[in-house]
Write a protein that binds this ligand. Structure first.
Ligand SMILES: Cc1ncc(COP(=O)(O)O)c(C=O)c1O
Length: 301
C-alpha cells in the first residue's frame, strides 16, 4: 500500500522549534541531531471529531522516550500541547488528521555524535496532515516475514519510540519487493514481534493473543485492544508466539494509530481462514469506534 499525496496538504503550516512555517519553509538545520544520527523521538497522533485521541498517553511516551535517551530541556506536556493546538488551529484541522510529532535532541555546534555538542535544547516539530487511516481496513493486508529482526533491549530498546528506523525501513523494503503490504519482524529468538509499523494480534478458538512487549513497541492501540478485549470478556494472553501459530490462527490483525485496526488476510502465502468461533475483530472494532469518541482531548480553539 503506497500512500498518495493529498493536495489538501499543499499549503499546511508546520511548527518547528518555537513557531509555525509554511510547508515549503519548514526545515531543520543540517546540524540538527535528526540529520546527524536519527537522534530524535516521535509520536503519531490522530485527530477525530471529538479531539486528539489518547493525547496524554502519547505525550507521556514521548517524554519517557526522550528521558531514556537523556535529552536535556524536554518541553513540558503543556508546551507540547499548546504547540499541537496552535498547529491544528492554523490549518483549520478538526478531524481526519494525522500528526507526526517529533522531538529532536536539537542543533549541534559542530557535526558529531556527542550529545554535549547539543547546546540549544531540544527541537519540537508538529507536522499535521490531512490523512485518513493508511491501510485498507475492510479488505485487509497481505504480509511477509522479514529477515530483519526487531531490536531487543540489549541493542536499542523498542520501548523507546525513536527515529532510528532503519531496521524497520529495511523490513518494509523486503515487503515492497515481495509485493506485500507490510513485513513481520521477529525477535532475537525467532518469535513474532510485530509488523514493521504496527503491532500484531492473533485469535485462536476465541482467545486473543499478542507477543510480549519485549521486542515490539508497546503500542497505545495495542494497550487499548487488550483493555477492550478484557471488558468484552474475551480471554487475552501476552506470550511468545511463533510464525506457525500465526499461520494457523483463526484471525490476525494489526493495530496502530496510523492505520487503526487492520485485518491481516495472508502471511507468507498462507491464507488466514476464519475459525468456528465468533469473530473477535468486529467486536473490538465496535468498541474502538466508541473510544474514538470518548478518549479524545478536546480542541481548545
Ligand atoms: C514499530 C511500531 N509498532 C507499532 C506502532 C503502533 O503504536 P501506536 O498504537 O501507539 O500508534 C507504531 C507506531 O508508531 C510503530 O512505529
Amino acid at each position: 500500500m503506497l500512500q498518495q499525496y493529498d493536495p489538501r496538504n499543499k499549503d499546511i503550516q508546520v511548527y518547528v522549534g518555537d513557531r509555525l512555517f509554511p510547508r515549503a519553509e519548514a526545515k531543520v538545520s543540517v546540524f540538527d541531531s535528526t540529520v546527524q544520527g536519527g537522534d530524535a523521538v516521535w509520536e503519531g497522533l490522530r485527530v477525530y471529531n471529538r479531539g486528539i485521541f489518547c493525547l496524554d498517553r502519547h505525550l507521556q511516551r514521548l517524554r519517557d522516550s526522550a528521558k531514556a535517551l537523556h535529552f536535556a530541556d524536554i518541553p513540558s506536556l503543556e508546551t507540547i500541547k499548546q504547540a499541537i493546538f496552535r498547529t491544528l488551529e492554523a490549518n483549520g484541522m478538526r478531524s481526519d488528521t494525522h500528526v507526526r510529532l517529533t522531538l529532536s535532541r536539537g542543533e549541534k555546534i559542530t557535526s558529531g555524535m556527542d550529545p554535549r555538542l547539543n547546546q540549544q535544547g531540544a527541537c519540537l516539530i508538529v507536522l499535521a496532515e490531512w490523512k485518513p487511516p493508511v491501510y485498507d481496513n475492510s479488505q485487509g493486508i497481505r504480509v511477509i516475514t522479514s529477515s530483519i529482526a526487531r531490536n531487543s533491549p540489549q541493542h536499542l530498546d523498542s520501548k523507546i519510540h525513536h527515529n532510528n528506523l532503519l531496521n524497520n525501513i529495511l523490513a518494509k523494503i523486503q515487503a515492497n519487493v515481495a509485493g506485500a503490504d507490510a513485513a513481520i519482524m521477529l525477535d532475537a529468538y525467532g518469535f513474532v514481534s510485530e509488523l514493521n509499523d504496527t503491532n500484531l494480534f492473533m485469535v485462536k478458538r476465541g482467545k486473543l493473543f499478542t507477543p510480549h512487549a519485549d521486542a515490539c513497541l508497546p503500542g497505545i492501540t495495542r494497550g487499548l485492544v487488550l483493555e477492550m478485549a478484557k471488558s468484552l470478556g474475551i480471554v487475552t494472553k501476552e506470550k511468545n508466539l511463533s510464525l506457525t501459530e500465526f499461520y494457523t490462527a483463526d484471525e490476525v490483525f494489526a493495530t496502530g494509530t496510523m492505520g487503526e485496526l487492520t485485518p491481516v488476510k495472508e502471511i507468507d502465502g498462507r491464507i488466514i481462514e476464519k475459525g468456528q468461533t465468533e469473530a473477535v475483530l468486529p467486536q473490538i472494532r465496535e468498541q474502538f469506534q466508541q473510544l474514538t469518541q470518548e478518549l479524545c482531548e478536546p480542541l481548545t480553539f
